[in-house]
Design a protein around this ligand. Structure first.
Ligand code: SF4
Length: 263
């Protein structure tokens, strides 16, 4: 298959799992971290023949070119946002540097999309310079992850850095969110191995107040059902829309070049 002509597309994301992105894209799948609440492992074990083993799917690199936003959805919040590797941790230590760089290069060549990256290994993010159309985050679900997040995230070379506290499992000790641009808070949804878990209201309001002190945006996930005085769902301003024909051509040319040199 010629990489510039594959028919892979983004997945239309309709569930509440990643409400802040209307698409997901999985050029890599599988993860070696063992989070009990992992919805991705649940899905992979049910539907993928390779289960949750680490896999690279280069045939999916054409998805940014092939995916078009339906006209009637053009004004939807988050419609330009693509969650990269919803079925993996792209920045796990086992993922080859070239694979990550190849994906970042494809993202840079398709600026009609915003790409969202999320990892539990924030130290690895420092190895890369992220393109202008990327938002990069780390998950902090418990206090054991706070130190690494605060140490590494402010130094990540990305236009938007975010913290995802989902599922929020503890009363987090985070003194300041300076260095971040966005905070996402969510609960633990029911999975095969874990029941639903809702954090205490005070854990959530404390985080929101830390975010307000730092002047950053806050997004409360629908799966968080504790009573709150308000439930902010703040995004960044929508990106300017690039003419699709011109952009698709640019990205296809990039992918064809990639095939000639590296694939
Ligand atoms: S890091 Fe993410 S993908 Fe990996 S096991 Fe944990 S929740 Fe699942």
């Amino acid at each position: 298959m010629k990489i510039g002509q594959g028919n892979s597309k983004f997945n239309d994301q309709t569930s509440d799992n990643i409400e802040w992105a209307k698409w997901s894209w999985n050029p890599v799948t599988g993860c070696k971290y063992g989070c009990k609440y992992c919805y991705a492992r649940n899905i992979a074990n049910r539907f993928y023949k390779e289960k949750f083993e680490y896999m690279v799917h280069r045939n999916r690199l054409t998805a940014p070119v092939n995916t078009k936003i339906p006209k009637k959805r053009i004004n939807e919040e988050g419609i330009h946002n693509v969650f990269v590797c919803s079925m993996a941790d792209l920045f796990g230590d086992w993922v080859e540097t070239e694979v990550i760089q190849e994906i970042l290069d494809v993202c840079e060549a398709s600026p009609q999309w915003n790409y969202l990256f999320l990892t539990k290994n924030p130290k690895r993010l420092l190895e890369f310079t992220f393109p202008d159309n990327s938002w990069v985050g780390t998950t902090v679900d418990c206090n054991a992850r706070v130190a690494n997040a605060l140490k590494y995230m402010p130094h990540v070379k990305a236009p938007v850095r975010f913290l995802s506290c989902e599922p929020l499992l503890e009363d987090l000790n985070i003194e300041s969110l300076h260095g971040f641009d966005w905070l996402i808070i969510g609960a633990q949804s029911k999975q095969t191995e874990v029941p639903e878990f809702q954090p205490e209201q005070q854990w959530v309001t404390k985080l929101i107040s830390t975010a307000r002190e730092a002047g950053i945006k806050v997004f409360i996930k629908p799966n968080l059902r504790v009573e709150l005085p308000d439930r902010p769902k703040e995004y960044f301003q929508a990106r300017p829309i690039v003419r699709p024909g011109r952009q698709a051509q640019q990205t296809t040319m990039f992918l064809e070049g990639l095939e000639a040199t590296t694939l």
